[in-house]
Design a protein around this ligand. Sequence first.
Ligand code: G4P
Length: 292
Amino acid sequence: MTIQWFPGHMTRARRQIEEKLKLIDLAIELLDARVPLSSRNPMIDQILKGKPRLVLLNKQDLADPKTTSDWVEYFKEQGLEALPIDASSGTGVRELVPKSRALLAEKIEAQRARGVNPRSVRALIVGIPNVGKSTLINRLAGRKVAITGDKPGVTKGQQWIKTQDGLDLLDTPGILWPKFEDQAVGVRLAATGAIRDEVLHAQDVVFYTLKYLAPHYAGELNERYQLGIEPDKLDLDNPDDVVALMEGIGRKRGCLISGGRVDLEKASQLFLRDLRDGKLGRISLEHPGELG
Ligand code: G4P
């Protein structure tokens, strides 16, 4: 199970973002609150070259609230302000402009001191595919915006999307690529739906995801699928124990084939749908305390 990370993609994406940096005051780095590090491009610091930055932890409606606040602390320790939001419903989005202005306070003050009326804050949203860039742009614009595809080397035709509160957004978000040399990162991205289902086998994704979830979210799994998990009694290094959980889920969801056996493929697909739709509750797939 390997996924390729294409350096060509990254070089092109990087160049496109670099062209835009001179046009903006602030970069808005959009991450998935359930997997803030896996959904992050590891070269982001070099790419943004010290531009003031606001981190947004999107899809917080699906993430574990306690873990999300631990991530906010984690980013604070790295000197970055992180704001949990839900671009779909708009939760937290109202704080974006005041937080952006606060980050640019010195620049705005310097403009005032020179007698210049501070203009709107100009920002670029960057993030990996599916993290919610278009949803956020539409939310901030208060209407459905036709987000144009990016063409290398073309920044002249760039349009600004004016939002109500004095934030101007570039209409083309910066698309970054996750780096999934680490298999665990690929699994987390697949589990959240950030990478297409054809890329990894659903059964592999569910196998590894359950290994993480069973000790952390036993209550949620037991409640939805009546698995009777007792975290102390699980031996997750034994693949049979993990497969038994998959079978339990399949039985509960009626994924049976001849002879009463469980259709693991169907069970895995249904489980992923439940997880992504928040049917298990609010779940995070990585925690800052477990980095290592
Ligand atoms: P992108 O531009 O970064 O590629 O992402 P996009 O906005 O297209 O969002 C990808 C998917 O994530 C969409 O779902 C979108 O509705 C969903 N989404 C975005 N922000 C949030 C959020 O804060 N919470 C939740 N729960 N979902 C969010 P989709 O199923 O691909 O499309 P749709 O039919 O829902 O629009």
